[in-house]
Design a protein. Structure first.
Length: 94
C-alpha cells in the first residue's frame, strides 16, 4: 500500500489533470491476494457479500481523501484496515 501526501498549494488542478505533477505517481496495483493478506482479511472474505473476489476489488481501488482532520483521519484508518490498495491524502494543515 502506498500513501501520497500532497500539499494543495504545490499541486494545481491542471497539473493533476495533465499528469505534470512530480508528487503524483501512477501505479498499477497487483490485485491478487498474498497469504498474509488472506489471513489479515479472512473475516471480510468469509462474508458472502465480499468474498475473495470482492476483497481483490477492494485492493485494486484508489481513494482520495480531502482533509485529514476530525473526519478524514478515522476515514483513512477504516479504509486502510479494509484493504484499499492506494490512498491519496490532500490536506493543507502542515
Amino acid at each position: 500500500m502506498k500513501f501520497y501526501l500532497i500539499q494543495i498549494s504545490e499541486v494545481t488542478r491542471n497539473q493533476i489533470q495533465n499528469n505534470q505533477s512530480k508528487n503524483i505517481t501512477s501505479m498499477r496495483c497487483n490485485t491478487s491476494l498474498t497469504k498474509d493478506e488472506i489471513n489479515r482479511y479472512s473475516r471480510q472474505i468469509r462474508l458472502a457479500e465480499v468474498g475473495k473476489e470482492g476483497q481483490e476489488k477492494i485492493k485494486g481501488t484508489s481513494v482520495l481523501v480531502v482533509g485529514a482532520g476530525a473526519l478524514g483521519c478515522p476515514v483513512l484508518q477504516y479504509l486502510t484496515v479494509a484493504g484499499v490498495g492506494m490512498l491519496g491524502i490532500v490536506d493543507n494543515d502542515w
